[in-house]
Ligand binder design. Structure first.
Ligand code: PEP
Ligand code: MN
Length: 260
């Protein structure tokens, strides 16, 4: 699916108010065919606008699961063919971009790679929108400069993503910087979305953070969803179950309706 088709795609019309609000949902990592297809069907049915899933995973420990790689991309492709949902997937290494472009409708550059200028420039030379996550110790100025590395190469479709930053607070995984939403919107024309899952590290916090983000004017959320979070290979604690996802969509849609 091309970027233009992606934009033209409309989804269950009455769930989320317009202007368009991106509801990007799916597992942290591609684990298996059944896990990917089951999640893709469920989030599609509930009104997600895009499907997320990592085939290449940036893990803090080099001994943790690193993703299925190329095999994972093929499963994402299958999910796209079946549901029609555009696929958002992360690229870690410029050497993988060509392969990732065979399936990705949106290239994700993760928090750990926000300062990987070679990767940013390479993504800037593609024709795909780039979802750029804020590094967890990065300022908004630095995020915007990283976006410039992509824009400078001629790719003007950059989606900024606030995903939580490190602060002195240790009661939760990261601190979601909600102020980033209005401030980035003042300072740029780029869409701004929020990742409540990685900010929270705890599924109980995902709905309240998403409601706040939608009401504060975010252009979307990217949220982790898994058919069986207890047994997820990574980030299960912060993943919503496919069973609870439809109600989540409903609630976020309501919050969006009161957006500033
Ligand atoms: C992810 O989206 O799976 C991810 C690793 O997120 P982040 O780069 O924000 O940590
Ligand atoms: Mn994750």
């Amino acid at each position: 699916m091309t970027a233009t088709e992606l934009k033209a795609r409309t989804h269950p019309p009455d769930i989320l108010p317009r202007p368009r609000f991106e509801l990007i949902a799916g597992p942290c990592a591609v684990e298996s065919r059944s896990q990917v297809l089951e999640t893709a069907r469920a989030v599609d049915e509930a009104g997600a606008t895009m499907f997320r899933g990592g085939a290449y995973k940036p893990r803090t420990s080099p001994y943790s699961f690193q993703g299925l790689g190329h095999a994972g991309l093929e499963l994402l492709h299958e999910a796209k063919l079946e549901t029609g949902l555009p696929v958002v997937t992360e690229v870690l290494d410029p050497r993988d971009i060509e392969k990732v472009l065979e399936v990705a409708d949106v290239l994700q550059i993760g928090a750990r790679n926000m300062h990987n200028y070679a990767l940013l420039a390479e993504a800037g030379r593609t024709d795909r929108p780039v979802l750029l996550k804020r590094g967890f110790s990065s300022t908004l100025d630095e995020l915007l400069m990283s976006a410039e590395y992509i824009l400078k190469e001629g790719n003007d479709e950059v989606i900024l993503c606030e995903r939580g930053i490190r602060t002195f607070e240790s009661a939760y995984r990261f601190t979601l910087d909600l102020m980033a939403i209005p401030v980035l919107k003042q300072r740029t024309h780029l869409p701004v979305i929020v990742d409540p899952s990685h900010a929270a590290g705890d599924r109980a916090l995902v709905l309240p953070l998403s409601l706040a983000a939608a009401a504060a004017g975010a252009d979307g959320v990217i949220v982790e969803v898994h058919p069986d979070p207890e047994h997820a290979v990574c980030d299960g604690a912060q993943s919503l179950s496919t069973a609870e996802f439809p109600e989540y969509v409903q609630r976020v849609g309501e919050a969006r309706a009161v957006a500033v």
